[in-house]
Design a protein. Structure first.
Lengths: 198, 369
């Protein structure tokens, strides 16, 4: 399991109820279900991944976060997970609102647009950055609303969202983000992982 | 009609109070099984048939000598593997394949019931079939599943017996029959009743048969089971065994010939009064109303794991109506999965060889067993 999922699963308490939005092939859900006795539900847009989840015995609903989150009642989950897809929504602000409506806490991860390789790419080459986490060209990328760790952090304070944990991930290395080091972390990290609540 | 005499039946002694207020008892319930019930009795699956189905799910139907209606799905090594699972299917009450229905003999008159048969509902059908669990001494089913009216029975079953099945798969169905559904059913019923041979439902006593009316009902219904795209691709404007239009009302087009054929083979195996009763039961189905406008209340007490399946080109029981069930299940905190299968084959997709559908059922049943 990739490092990002390890960090996410460490943020989730045992015996809780979790909704994984954009759960892919269900790797994280399966881990949470088997190792932490978590009651999991997944929402996934790709039919192939829906089939993968069914084969793993996971409870999976085919759907899209922007259209299908409304079906879940208020606070029906302890946690909702959104891994690296926030930037692909038409309206990330509404999605965050909805995540914090359906669950007590949300775990959101973002590919950091403030990462130094991204900045260097744009600065030196003058073209839209392509990295391991952002592999697509500007004309076929699903990402509509890229943001940096600092952007997301500012967004949370502006929206009065509680940032319970902010974790930076660079390769396999993790570190805590705080007010004092955010400029450095925003430069040195590929991924930001945030545990938030309203 | 030897095959019909060999149909397996239980005689249900326990009185059943129907929704219409009448009580029935000592009535026959015809069924068939596939595979074997294991020692732990935890591998039983109850399949519910649709409007014109019967208990002969798999293999060859001994009465019609045609393949069972779900033979793509059920059988040895198939999506529902009968080497592993014990599949039970009963003919619904109101039906005409051995269960208590309008063509049964009324003991009070020694004649067939005809329209003196009580109006039955999906709830009544499910309550009657519940007796099979007692008959086979099954404490808890592994799964209940069905498409169309079979899916409605799945929903009703879990609502009535929340702890009697581990999993449930409602397919291409609805929690509440829509105005459009009722309208199509009424068209079929009126077609039967308009046949001079129907005789207010007394045709069997008079050795008559409202074949034309029943065939037209089937033709109209058959169109609703297919998609416009599917029809266009299969038939288009192709002519039937001729090079040019005949300038007559013969079946010039292949689609006409196909529908006429579908109508004609249907009357050989189906009773017109059963068609009236079963379509009525579907029209009366409104699980939302049964739970005072809140469908999620229907599933409040259940731990059953649901998986709901719809088809992209099904306009009779569209994805939106299937999703309403998903939403209700989520609202009640139930365990539910959902997929919309891509298929051009319309509502009929659940009966046909649609690989993605077969794979979904197989994966779900195997992964949760």
């Amino acid at each position: 399991m990739k490092k990002e999922f390890q960090i996410i699963s460490e943020l989730i308490n045992n015996n809780t109820k979790v909704l994984d939005v954009g759960c892919g092939d269900g790797t994280l859900m399966k881990f949470l279900k088997d190792k932490k006795n978590v009651d999991t539900r997944g929402l996934e847009i790709s039919k192939e991944n829906v089939q993968n989840c069914i084969s793993k015995g996971l409870s999976i609903i085919e759907g899209n976060a922007e259209k299908d989150l409304h079906q879940f009642p208020n606070l029906s989950f302890d946690y909702v997970v959104l891994s690296q897809t926030l930037q692909a929504f038409y309206n990330p602000e509404n999605v965050i609102d909805d995540l914090l409506r359906v669950a007590k806490k949300a775990i959101v991860t973002i590919p950091n647009f403030g990462y130094w390789k991204v900045r260097i790419h744009l600065l030196l080459k003058g073209t839209m950055p392509i990295t391991d986490n952002l592999p697509n060209e500007w004309y076929n990328t699903p990402n509509l609303h890229m943001c940096s760790i600092k952007d997301f952090s500012n967004f949370c304070s502006k929206k009065k969202i509680d940032l319970i944990e902010s974790i930076a991930l660079n390769g396999e290395k993790t570190s805590k983000i705080n007010e004092a080091n955010i400029n450095i972390k925003n430069l040195s990290s590929e991924l930001g992982i945030f545990l938030i609540k309203k | 009609m030897n095959a019909k005499e060999n149909i397996k039946k239980i005689i249900v002694k326990k009185p059943l109070k129907l929704d219409c207020g009448k009580t029935i008892s000592d009535y026959p319930l015809a069924y068939e099984t596939y595979g074997e019930l294991n020692g732990k009795k935890d591998n039983a699956i109850l399949a519910f048939h649709a409007l014109t189905g019967d208990q002969f799910v798999a293999g060859t139907n001994p009465v019609t000598n045609k393949a069972g209606w779900w033979s793509y799905l059920v059988g040895p090594s198939k999506a529902i593997d009968t080497n592993k699972f014990f599949v039970i299917c009963a003919n619904v009450i109101g039906g005409c394949m051995g269960s208590f229905g309008p063509s049964s003999i009324n003991p009070e008159t020694n004649k067939t019931f005809g329209t003196n048969f009580p109006v039955i509902t999906i709830n009544d059908m499910v309550n009657a079939q519940y007796n099979l669990l007692e008959f086979f001494k099954i404490e808890k089913l592994y799964s209940v599943l069905g498409g169309s009216m079979g899916g409605m029975q799945v929903l009703q079953f879990v609502a009535n017996f929340p702890d009697k099945t581990k999993t449930a798969i409602p397919i291409a169905c609805t929690a509440s029959h829509s105005a459009q559904n009722i309208a199509f059913n009424e068209l079929g019923r009126q077609s039967i009743m308009a046949d001079a041979n129907w005789k207010e439902g007394n045709y069997l006593k008079l050795n008559l048969s409202p074949d034309k009316g029943l065939a037209v009902a089937r033709m109209a219904a058959h169109i609703t089971y297919l998609s416009k795209k599917g029809l266009q691709e299969k038939f288009g404007r192709k002519l039937q065994e001729r090079d040019d239009l005949n300038f007559s009302f013969d079946a010039d087009f292949q689609i006409e010939s196909y529908l006429r054929y579908q109508g004609s083979i249907f009357v050989d195996r189906f009773d017109a009064n059963s068609y009236l009763y079963i379509t009525r039961a579907m029209d009366y189905f409104d699980l939302i109303k049964q739970f005072n406008g809140n469908l999620s209340k229907a599933f409040e007490k259940t731990k059953t794991k649901f998986f709901i399946i719809s088809f992209t080109s099904d306009w009779l029981y569209p994805t939106s109506e299937n999703k309403e069930i998903v939403i209700a299940l989520n609202s009640s905190g139930a365990d539910v999965g959902f997929i919309e299968i891509s298929s051009d084959k319309g509502h009929d997709s659940f009966l046909l060889e649609v690989p993605e559908f077969l794979k979904t059922v197989k994966n779900f049943l195997e992964a949760n067993y």
